[in-house]
Design a protein around this ligand. Structure first.
Ligand SMILES: Nc1ncnc2c1ncn2[C@@H]1O[C@H](COP(=O)(O)OP(=O)(O)OP(=O)(O)O)[C@@H](O)[C@H]1O
Ligand SMILES: [Mg+2]
Length: 410
């Protein structure tokens, strides 16, 4: 088995660190052959806050995945999130050197779009092209070969705090892993759960994990907005612990066993047992009480998402509605609340078009890690001639990205 055929995704989440190994198939797809998932203790709201704990979690998750897959993992595609992440749309312009657009022109115009003044503590993570404009002609996705004198690009640029990126790389390297690329988590999740059609006619992806809610909007097949809201399932667990006066671990258990975001779905007669704190006896309370605690917070999540969507001005362009994923969307009634608050059709997203351990990785909690594998597989698969020409040096990464984008579009 050559190293080229094995791709590993490393998702550093607020509640779990997850490693997923995929193997490239002959038809260009990916089979999932190993999964490792352990509780994460070193991350808060998507950001590494304790290097040693994170290193231990990564090591354990990688070992599990390696044992299941029967392969060694040397290289990973690592996910990043946190409220330090910013996305914005930017334009770039370049002269077309020989009156016909070639790959070097495309690379130059993307470099130009990327060349924005950034504070020293931030770096560009992704340059995601939306459309090219050759002279006056806009809406072009493949400009190579077109005649003209002026090439413009509209692109979505994602930036992140350099220290957060470095901490992820540092933790992985301490485990003997080489980080091929640090990828924005919702970009990876989109790869796993969204269809090309959805991206084309407009969709918002909402990944509700433990510590963050990631929002990514696609219009006309391209990313137009990214944001990370620092709220997630941990807030629900906190509310339950306070509201029912029970320890956090019990609150988490109760949430997973009885939790429901929509009181309409719960029988008014239904009850549940709640352990108390400080040696007091357990109590039996109506399940409805749990809904009363959970519902307003879930409404708050989706209100925040709606606010983000409204602010971008893309709300009316989301014909495919919203796709929700992430572990917290396993909560009953989540889609109902989402539809009501967002005013959009909502479906739950789980990883699609992947072979191998399909059932194991079907959970929405694995969407990011599976997406990282799919993302990585595409980079490895990139056989465009321009990539060979441009590989190496600082252009290598961007060259691969352009290649990747062409592949996505055609
Ligand atoms: N059946 C369930 N019902 C309700 N919540 C659930 C259920 N299963 C898992 N969760 C919640 O999902 C959250 C974890 O989701 P996920 O694994 O996507 O997060 P993460 O990737 O670790 O965190 P993040 O992406 O926010 O950094 C936890 O808060 C957990 O309580
Ligand atoms: Mg996550």
């Amino acid at each position: 088995m050559s190293g080229q055929e094995i791709i590993a995704g490393l998702d550093l989440g607020s509640t779990k660190v997850c490693a997923i190994v995929g193997e490239k198939t002959e038809d260009g797809g990916v089979d999932i052959i190993g999964v490792g998932s352990v509780p994460s203790k070193g991350l808060k709201k998507g950001v590494v806050v304790n290097i040693e704990s994170t290193v231990q979690s990564i090591r354990a998750a990688i070992e599990q995945a390696e044992a299941m897959a029967g392969v060694d993992i040397n290289t990973v595609y690592a996910g990043i999130a946190g409220s330090h992440v910013r996305g914005f749309n930017q334009e770039g312009v370049a002269a077309i050197a020989n009156r016909e657009v070639d790959h070097a022109d495309v690379l130059r115009v993307l470099e130009q779009a990327k060349a924005i003044p950034l504070p020293g503590d931030r770096q560009v993570l992704h340059v995601l092209p939306q459309e090219f404009i050759v002279d006056e002609q806009d809406g072009i996705r493949e400009p190579v070969g077109m005649s003209g004198v002026r090439l413009e690009v509209r692109a979505h640029i994602v930036t992140a705090a350099t220290t957060s990126v470095q901490n992820i790389i540092k933790c992985a390297e301490r485990c003997g892993l080489y980080v091929a690329e640090v990828v924005l988590q919702p970009l990876a999740s989109s790869d796993a759960v969204l269809s090309e059609d959805e991206k084309e006619i407009g969709v918002v992806l909402i990944d509700i994990g433990g510590g963050t809610t990631d929002v990514m909007i696609y219009v006309d097949g391209a990313v137009v907005h990214t944001s990370v809201i620092p709220m997630g399932g941990i807030n629900l667990t906190n509310d339950i612990a306070t509201g029912l006066r029970t320890p956090m671990a019990e609150a988490e258990r109760i949430k997973i066993k009885y939790g429901c975001a929509s009181p309409d779905l719960v029988d008014t007669e239904e009850t549940m047992e709640v352990p108390s704190v400080g040696g007091r006896p357990a109590r039996v309370v109506p399940r409805q009480l749990l809904c009363d605690i959970v519902e307003p917070r879930v409404e708050e999540f989706f209100s925040a998402c709606r606010h983000v969507i409204e602010e971008t001005g893309y709300g009316s362009m989301l014909a495919s509605g919203a796709v929700i994923t992430g572990g917290s969307t396993l909560l009953d009634g989540m889609s109902d609340v989402a539809e009501r608050v967002l005013g959009l059709p909502v479906r739950r997203g789980h990883a699609v078009a992947v072979g191998g351990l399909v059932d194991v990785v079907r959970s929405p909690a694995y969407a990011t890690a599976v997406g990282l594998v799919k993302y990585g597989a595409r980079q490895v698969a990139d056989e465009l001639p321009m990539v060979d020409v441009l590989e190496g040096g600082s252009a290598g990464r961007l060259g691969r990205k352009i290649g990747q984008w062409f592949r996505e579009v055609f």
